[in-house]
Design a protein around this ligand. Structure first.
Ligand code: GLN
Length: 533
């Protein structure tokens, strides 16, 4: 029922990177585990229409949804925690808001009026904040506001929350995430930054209902009382969020702090049942008590930033747990690898992954990595550009096509084994124009891929412009690299594998986006299993 949908807004203060995404996902998890239906959306204050055109160094990984939206990596956390797919509606940026309003202005929708931040931009923000709730599918819509309260960029969002709080009354709630730092010189936890941050929110007319306090040390009761007194919240609404060993601990920590109970009581909703977290706790138990341990080499070019390959790192954690294995992923810069040093640098790893990517930088290091894995029969998983590198390497070193390459890196190659997709040839604009989102793929019976998935029809998410050049297909298959997954509509090669190798699979799609705590991705699970073998 749309009328009974509750809206929870999560703002951040004092500092960025406090983990609003994880807190939002943890709260949603707890509500879900009590039998409620919750979704999470993120509003980002930057002017790009989506993060798809940004370098991973700017913004971390670009996460892709089933419906082909290029989104903030927090949506990955939402899916990994809730095991429910998100969509374009779950991520909105200032760029998209302004684009909509300006397009409407050009169409004449506001004829005669001055178009202004208030009410036109805030109306569009509010419309989008309520969009998922309007569907009537959710008991809770949790909206995470990117950025920090007080930023110029965040102002229209905070103003929209002020207006919505007024309009929605008892159906809304604001959670403010702040920092309570420990000053070692004073030997004390300090509440002043939190007080100031709440004052900033109050200046904009928003009174938070719950404060989630990130801290390195436990918050004693007197400190909670002090924060409550200064910030006009009840003492039980001052929630401690202590540093956790793993993001997957946070729902349990939030349950202990009774965040879900406080939310439900403030929204006058029944507790329904105790949180059913049996599977989650089982996952955590295995995560903390692994039976085996292995080292996996992951080769990519954005390795300095751990968020650049977030979904891959998380997929390894899920796959590790289902194999009761601690997976130590060592990220290696593709630029540091050459034909000469690769054997030395990749010595001792049980499995090798080549990561997705764009452009020429580090490409030869990735190709040398594939050759090493193929010749030494080390379990190999290539994702997107990683799969394309596997095809290039096989072309060069097995088929003898010395200049085999992707036309992305070498447009003049005589052997374009990876080439621009036909549908991409007329596209010039960069934003949102790749082959994006979920597409079907049929697996060859008796292939390794079919045995991994244990079925022959799958759907996976894509983000690329280039593909395997089918005019080389028979040569590859004759030499032992099979196309074991084909897109039925366009006849695109989506999976390659090598027959004469214990476990060598390259996939044009991104399995990492679909791996969740509840459903670890079979490709990662079986890759780890093969690496253990
Ligand atoms: N750059 C390659 C392409 O566009 C691979 C993309 C990727 O790895 N996501 O096809």
């Amino acid at each position: 029922m749309p009328n009974s949908t509750k809206y929870i807004f999560v703002t951040g203060g004092v500092s960025s990177s406090l983990g609003k995404g994880i807190i939002s996902a943890s709260l949603a998890k707890l509500l879900q585990s009590r039998g409620y239906c919750a979704t999470i959306q993120k509003f980002d204050p930057y002017l790009n229409v989506d993060p798809g055109t940004m370098n991973p160094y700017e913004h971390g990984e670009c996460y892709v949804t089933n419906d082909g939206a290029e989104t903030d990596l927090d949506l990955g956390h939402y899916e990994r925690f809730l095991n429910v797919p998100t969509s374009q509606a779950n991520n909105v940026t200032t760029g998209r808001i302004y684009q909509t309003v300006i397009n409407k202005e050009r169409e004449g929708a506001y004829l005669g009026k001055t178009v202004q931040v208030i009410p036109h931009i805030t109306d569009e923000i509010k419309r989008r904040m309520k969009l998922l709730g309007d569907s009537g599918n959710f008991d809770f819509v949790i909206t995470e506001l990117g950025g920090t309260v007080g930023d110029i960029e965040s102002l229209p969002y905070v103003e929209s929350v002020r207006q919505l709080k007024w309009e929605l009354g008892g159906n809304s709630l604001v959670i403010h995430l702040t920092l309570v730092p420990y000053l070692s010189a004073a030997g004390e936890l300090k509440t002043k930054p939190t007080q100031h941050s709440v004052k900033t929110l109050l200046e904009y007319g928003v009174q938070p209902d719950i404060l989630v306090c990130r801290t390195e040390r436990h918050l004693p009761q007197d400190l909670r009382k002090k924060i409550a007194l200064f910030c006009n919240v009840t003492t039980n609404a001052v929630i401690e969020s202590i540093d956790a060993e793993s993001i997957y601990d946070v729902p349990i920590l939030m349950m202990k702090e009774q965040l879900d109970k406080v939310v439900l009581s403030k929204l006058k909703l029944p507790l329904k049942q105790d949180p059913d977290l049996v599977n989650w706790k089982d996952f955590l138990g295995k995560l903390k008590n692994p039976v085996h341990e292995i080292d996996i080499a992951a080769v990519g070019k954005y390795i300095e930033l751990k968020d650049a390959y977030k979904s891959i790192s998380e997929a390894f954690i899920h796959a590790g747990v289902s194999n009761e294995t601690k997976v130590n992923v060592k990220w290696i810069s593709s630029e540091s690898l050459t034909a000469e040093n690769v054997a030395d640098k990749l010595k001792g790893f049980s499995g090798i992954l080549v990561a997705p990517g764009f452009g020429d930088r580090g490409i030869e290091g990735k190709i040398a990595t594939v050759k090493f894995a193929r010749e030494n029969k080390i379990p190999f998983l290539g994702i997107c550009l990683g799969m394309q590198c596997a095809v290039i390497e096989f072309g060069r070193n097995v088929l003898g096509l010395k200049d085999a390459h992707s036309t992305e890196m070498n447009p003049d190659t005589m052997n374009p084994v990876i080439a621009l997709m036909e549908e991409q040839k007329k596209i010039t604009a960069k934003g949102g124009t790749m082959r994006l989102g979920e597409f079907p793929c049929n697996l060859k019976k008796a292939s390794k891929a079919a045995s991994v998935y244990n079925k022959t029809a799958i759907k996976e998410r894509h983000r690329h412009r280039y593909e395997f050049n089918n005019s080389y297909l028979s040569k590859y298959e004759d030499a032992g690299m099979t196309a074991s997954g084909i897109n039925p509509e366009g006849n695109f090669v989506e999976i390659v594998e090598i027959k004469d190798h214990p476990w060598f699979i390259g996939v044009q799609f991104h399995p990492e986006y679909k791996s969740t705590v509840e459903s670890p991705h079979p490709l990662f699970v079986k890759f780890i299993k093969a690496s253990l073998g």
